[in-house]
Design a binder for this molecule. Structure first.
Ligand code: ATP
Ligand code: MG
Length: 423
C-alpha cells in the first residue's frame, strides 16, 4: 500500500467528478435565480461555539464528529460540519436583518464530519443549501421543499419521497419531550448505549438513532403530532395543503426529527425510493429554525432552509447511468448459426438485414449456439434468428422471440418481410 493516501473518508475529485459537481451547481444557480436566492460563501472554519450552541451539544455532530482545533492565537475553531450556522452568523454580521424579508441565500461547499465512513457517508462532502430568513409563513417551508424536489427531478430522479413532519416549538415541545422521556425510560434496557446517554440530554435524539434495536422501540413511541399546540398544528396543516396544491408527493413521518437541535416546526427529508437510494440515505434534508438567529446573538428572526448532499446525488446518478447502460438495447435481432453451410447462409442474410435497415448483431465467428444466444441476451435483442444444419439445408430460419422463447420457422427469403412486420 502506498504510504501517503487521502485521510479516511476523504476523496480526490477528478475532472469527471468536478464536471458532475459543476452541472449540479449550474442547475442550482438557475433555480436560485428564479426563486430569488443570492449566493453566499462563508469560511470553512468558524468559531466552534456556533456549532456547539447552534447545531447543538446533544447531537452526534457536535458530540463526536467535529474536527476542532486551537489556533496559534488561542482561538477554538471547527471545520464546519454544516453550513447553516455560518450563514446565520453572516446574516447578522452583515446587518442583513435590515434588508427586505425574506433574505434568501444559497451555497455550495465542503463540510467535515468525523463519521464512520460507509456508502454515502464521507468525512469531507459537499452540501448545496438554500436558506430563507425573516418570514414565519409556511409558504417559505413549501418553497424550500419545492426547490430541492425540483432540483432532484431535473437531475433525473423519478422516485422521490418527501418525508415531512412538524416537531413543534417552545410552547409544545416540552410536553412531548416529557412523554417521550417517560416512554423511553420504561424501555431503557432495549436501547443502545448511546441512546441511554441521549435520553439524559435530549430524548428527541433517540428518535434519530439508526440502530436496529432502537428503531424497534421507536415504533411505539409517542408521536409529536399528538402534542402540537394550535399554532404549530395550523402551520403544519397549511404546509401540507400547499404541498398538495403543488402535487408534491409527501409522506408524513411522525418520527422524523433530524440530527440537529435547532429545528422548530417543519422538518423534511427527501429520499429516493430505490434499493440504491436506501443505501445512500437521505439526499436532502432541512426544516424551520425560528430560534437559531437569536441563539447565535442576532435579532429574533424566523427562518427555514435545507441542504442536499452532492456526493450522494452523484453516486445515485452514476448508479442509474450504469443500470441504463446495462439495459440499453444494442440490436433488434441477433443472427446465430451452427455449421459451415449455415454460416454462409447467415453471412448473406446479415447483409440483407443491413440493407433492410434492421439493427442486427451476429456471432458468425462463434461455433456454440448457447454462446450465441447468450450474446443475443446481453445485447437485449428482441429476436434471434437461428440457422442450424437442418435449416441451412431446407433454406429456412427459426425466428425466436427472446423474452418467451417462442419460435417460428420461416423460409429464408421471407425473413426480412416477417421481421419488418414484427419490429
Ligand atoms: P443522515 O441522516 O443521512 O446522517 P443528516 O441528517 O446528518 O443525514 P444533514 O446534516 O441534514 O444530514 O445534511 C444534509 C444532507 O447532507 C444529507 O441529506 C446528506 O445528503 C448529506 N450528508 C450528511 N452527512 C453526510 C456525509 N457524512 N457524507 C455525505 N453526505 C452527507
Ligand atoms: Mg448524519
Amino acid at each position: 500500500m502506498l504510504k501517503y493516501q487521502t485521510p479516511t473518508g476523504m476523496h480526490d475529485l477528478f475532472q469527471k467528478d468536478l464536471e458532475q459537481v459543476a452541472k449540479i451547481e449550474q442547475l442550482a444557480k438557475k433555480m436560485a435565480d428564479f426563486y430569488g436566492f443570492e449566493k453566499i460563501e462563508t469560511p470553512i472554519l468558524e468559531f466552534s461555539e456556533i456549532f456547539e450552541k447552534g447545531t447543538g451539544g446533544s447531537t452526534d455532530i457536535v458530540e463526536k464528529e467535529m474536527y476542532s482545533l486551537k489556533t496559534k492565537g488561542g482561538d477554538l475553531l471547527t471545520l464546519r460540519p454544516e453550513i447553516t450556522p455560518g450563514v446565520v452568523r453572516a446574516y447578522s454580521q452583515a446587518g442583513m436583518q435590515n434588508l427586505p424579508k425574506p433574505v434568501r441565500l444559497w451555497y455550495l461547499g465542503p463540510c467535515f464530519r468525523h463519521e464512520r465512513p460507509q456508502a454515502g457517508r464521507y468525512r469531507q462532502f459537499n452540501q448545496l443549501g438554500f436558506e430563507s430568513l425573516g418570514t414565519p409563513h409556511p409558504i417559505i417551508d413549501t418553497i424550500t421543499i419545492l426547490i430541492f424536489y425540483n432540483l432532484l427531478k431535473s437531475l433525473g430522479f423519478k422516485k422521490l419521497i418527501v418525508e415531512v413532519s412538524c416537531i413543534g416549538d417552545g410552547q409544545c415541545r416540552g410536553a412531548f419531550k416529557k412523554a417521550l422521556t417517560n416512554y423511553f425510560r420504561s424501555k431503557v434496557s432495549s436501547l443502545c448505549a448511546d441512546c441511554r446517554n441521549r435520553l439524559k440530554r435530549n430524548p428527541l435524539r433517540v428518535l434519530d438513532c439508526k440502530e436496529e434495536k432502537c428503531c424497534v422501540v421507536k415504533k411505539n413511541a409517542p408521536q409529536v403530532l399528538d402534542y402540537l399546540c394550535k399554532d404549530c398544528s395550523d402551520h403544519f396543516k397549511s404546509l401540507l395543503e400547499f404541498l398538495e396544491e403543488l402535487e408534491i408527493p409527501y409522506s408524513i413521518n411522525p418520527y422524523l426529527v433530524r440530527g440537529l437541535d435547532y429545528y422548530t416546526r417543519t422538518v423534511f427529508e427527501i429520499i429516493e425510493d430505490t434499493e440504491e437510494g436506501k443505501v445512500q440515505g437521505s439526499l436532502a434534508g432541512g426544516g424551520r429554525y425560528d430560534g437559531l438567529v437569536k441563539l447565535l446573538g442576532g435579532k429574533d428572526t424566523p427562518a427555514c432552509g435545507g441542504a442536499m448532499g452532492v456526493e450522494r446525488v452523484i453516486n445515485l446518478i452514476k448508479a442509474k447511468n450504469k443500470q441504463a447502460e446495462k439495459e440499453k438495447q444494442t440490436c433488434e435481432v441477433y443472427l446465430t448459426q451452427v455449421g459451415e453451410l449455415a454460416k454462409k447462409k447467415a453471412l448473406k442474410l446479415f447483409e440483407q438485414l443491413r440493407q433492410a435497415n434492421i439493427k442486427a448483431g451476429e456471432g458468425l465467428h462463434k461455433e456454440s449456439l448457447s454462446a450465441q444466444l447468450g450474446a443475443a441476451d446481453a445485447m437485449k435483442a428482441k429476436y434471434s434468428l437461428i440457422i442450424g444444419q437442418k435449416e441451412a439445408l431446407s433454406n429456412q430460419v427459426i425466428i425466436r422471440e427472446m423474452k418467451n422463447g417462442r419460435q417460428k420457422v420461416v423460409d429464408i427469403d421471407k425473413v426480412i418481410k416477417e421481421l419488418k412486420n414484427k419490429i
